[in-house]
Design a protein around this ligand. Sequence first.
Ligand code: NDP
Length: 328
Amino acid sequence: MKETIKVTITGAAGHIGYALAFRVASGEMFGPDQPVILRLLEIPQALSSLKGVGMELGDCALPLLHDIVLTDDPAIGFRDTDYALLIGARPRSKGMERKDLIVENAKIFAAQGRSINDNASGDVRVLVVGNPANTNALIASANAPDLSASQFTAMTRLDHNRAMGQLAIKTNSLVADITRVTIWGNHSMTQYPDIGSCFIGDKPAYELVTRDWVIDHMIPRIQRRGAEIIEARGLSSAASAADAVVSHIHDWALGTRDGDWVSMSVMSDGSYGIDEGVFFSMPVTCKNGEYEIVQGLEMDSLSIARLKASEKELLAERSIVEDLLPKN
Ligand code: NDP
């Protein structure tokens, strides 16, 4: 039997957390022979609801789930953890401006970064989902001085998967045959879904779809897909977001497919001319728990302009939370 992996989920009683916990515990994230311990972290007001999640997890009698810890104490929630999935975040309340939302969440993620630094495994991998995810990842990482920024990521995998889904429908092909989709930038309306390097089977995607369709339909649809789901369901996406968390960590831990890559928001190292101080979604390959940014992709001037627009938005978000970024 393999040694157990400890996985912390924050906001575990929320919509995404609820959809996610069962999939981690059933083996979909790390494989059917990998036992896990779940550490579910919530704010005090949500502990009763969290207790219900814990009861349901127990009722599933999942063979791979070796223990469940329910807590509102980050020091317990993050203790020795191998994977920290930061889902919980403060939602926008009435009268709150975007700037206030960014600052309120920055305080939460600064505290979580410190707690992860002090309590988690030195080899921990962190995924930030709570919005504004890219800037929250920057704050958490900056407040974890003993850990490398490369141990922190933010999620754009749902946007990546949405692009693959749209392409499969449009070209009447299988998702499994689609490779090399990229989401660039911020997890926001400025993100840039890019199929310039994408293949469907052995054909470049642009042999099967027109540029007009990509610019007028695919890109705006992915940028606005969250709102489209809310309009249809009356609730924001939860199962698909949880699915993207499973895929993001699965591929980071176990590796990406040969000949393909995935999109992750990672600390910029200056690749593609992006400022080094922001978390930016990039094409990455993963192996042995490490990611590597795919280099050398050709970009036309329109693509570069879209990357720059998203970089500008991230730099503006960073300037709002500058006070919470420890100075070296
Ligand atoms: P959800 O589980 O629906 O969403 C959680 C976070 O994920 C939100 O910030 C949401 O952003 C974000 N998100 C990122 N990508 C997506 C996506 N593609 N689709 C939908 N959401 C996305 O929120 P709930 O309110 O149901 O649950 C949040 C839980 O977190 C609650 O149980 C609450 O108690 C807890 N919480 C924990 C805090 C903490 O740990 N300190 C602080 C505040 C809350 P967006 O809002 O933009 O949709």
